[in-house]
Design a protein around this ligand. Structure first.
Ligand code: WQD
Length: 339
């Protein structure tokens, strides 16, 4: 019995594969390296002592993906990470985001039905909540998106609801991530964004390690304790562990369920900068600048359902996240090598 992990060499995917292998699960990765590097497979093997089955595959190529199912007849379900995920880029290239994220998912669903692997854990995002009416955010809150990336996540959620409605044999677990940060404590795998990071933590890590001059703080006039944006940062290893619980949950029942993956605690941009500097002992210069279009004041999860339904809650705190981020960044100042 194998789990197909699409995008399994990416940031969250690779951390999840490590936890799955260490839990004795059988994994088949399908990835096209569009946002990752082949050496991640070596790092996964270094950490776990096991090398997962890997298939170079663009999920938008249905025939190529069908070859994966044919080659691995033991696939009984999937964790679907693969997709384009940069908010700003999605605003500039909406057609590419809709084409890639939707076609790849429809191919996966169609072939999962053909090869009787009708279980899916889907990588969704708190971005589907848009600007929430209040915080903490519960799973029954209204969904509305403010960018093409988030819209693709929301449309896939609707798609999965309709698939499950059409065929009650399906089991789908939709995980809504808040802000995943940090890295595996070994420092062998971590977040390796292309070019200048869009997200706060990798940007802070690069400033702390001398790769960028200072942090641009996007606005300090939000309705928060210090005026800077508040988010629910969750350690990527906690997030990875939650996927193992979600796989077991998907195996235990049919139908669809939606679960927030966050800590339930919000931290501001300045909280993050202070914590990272304190934990790493490194200076982190910053400048207050204008708000980034589309940003919201506060976003953090109500984590109760994940504990109730999955029996999972986040274990790592902000210091752990900063420590592990800095360990990864200082050991891999230029990210993963090309080869
Ligand atoms: C966090 C806070 C910024 C960068 C996005 C996606 C979400 C998910 C996680 C994919 C905000 C501030 C940021 C910087 C800053 N991605 N900031 N200077 O926007 O909460 O969520 O990434 O699933 O879907 O929407 O994360 O890290 O970009 O921003 O001041 O250089 O840091 O304003 O308050 P965000 P982020």
């Amino acid at each position: 019995m194998s789990i197909l992990v699409t995008g399994g060499t990416g940031f969250i995917g690779s951390h999840t594969v490590v936890q799955m292998l260490q839990a004795g699960m059988d994994v088949v990765i399908a990835d096209n390296f569009s946002n990752s590097k082949p050496c991640v497979l070596d790092r996964i093997e270094q950490i776990t002592g096991k090398r997962p089955a890997f298939e170079l595959c663009d999920l938008c190529d249905k025939d190529a993906l069908e070859q994966v199912f044919k080659k691995h007849p033991g696939i009984t379900g999937s964790i679907h990470f693969a997709g384009l995920k940069a908010v700003g880029e999605s605003v500039r290239m909406p057609v590419e985001y809709y084409r890639n994220n939707l076609n790849s998912t429809m191919n996966l669903i169609t072939l999962s039905e053909k090869y009787n692997a009708k279980r899916i854990v889907f990588s969704s995002s708190a971005t589907v909540y848009g600007k929430p009416k209040s915080v903490p955010i519960r799973e029954d809150f209204e969904r509305s998106c403010t960018n093409p990336y988030g819209e693709t996540k929301l449309i896939i959620e609707y798609l999965l609801e309709d698939v499950v409605r059409a065929d009650p044999e399906w089991s789908a677990v939709v995980l809504r991530y808040f802000n995943p940060i940090g890295a595996h404590p070994s420092g062998l795998i971590g977040e390796d964004p292309k070019g200048i990071p869009n997200n706060l933590l990798p940007y802070v890590s690069k400033v702390a390690n001398g790769k960028l001059p200072y942090v641009h703080v996007f606005g300090n006039d939000y309705a928060t304790h210090d005026g800077t944006g508040v988010r629910d940062y969750i350690h990527v290893v906690d997030l990875a562990d939650a996927h193992l619980h979600a796989v077991r949950y998907a195996e235990s029942r049919k139908g669809i369920d939606f679960i927030n993956l966050g800590t339930g605690t919000g931290y501001s941009v300045l909280d993050i900068i202070d914590a990272y500097s304190r934990v790493s002992g490194k200076k982190i210069p910053y400048q207050i600048e204008a708000r980034r279009p589309g940003d919201i004041d506060e976003c953090y999860a109500c984590p109760d359902k994940a504990l109730k339904v999955l029996g999972w809650k986040a274990r790592f705190n902000l210091d752990d996240m900063c420590r592990d981020s800095d360990n990864w960044q200082s050991k891999n100042p230029d990210g993963y090598p090309e080869k």
